[in-house]
Design a binder for this molecule. Structure first.
Ligand SMILES: [Zn+2]
Length: 53
């Protein structure tokens, strides 16, 4: 399967994953850096970017 860099960016750039419950959260990464995003399932603020498997 061919990888399209721009498609990857679109899919993963603003997507984060909760470290505790693995919920996917789509939000601008500026808000994550500012600490304004909480997981809506477990209220954890520990998020990681979706990329890196
Ligand atoms: Zn969570």
């Amino acid at each position: 399967m061919v990888k399209f860099p721009e498609a990857n960016a679109r899919m993963f750039r603003n997507v984060f994953v909760c470290r505790r419950c693995k919920a996917k959260i789509r939000t601008p990464n500026t808000k994550v850096i500012a600490g304004k995003v909480k997981c809506r399932r477990c209220n954890s603020k520990v998020l990681r970017p979706k990329r890196k498997k």
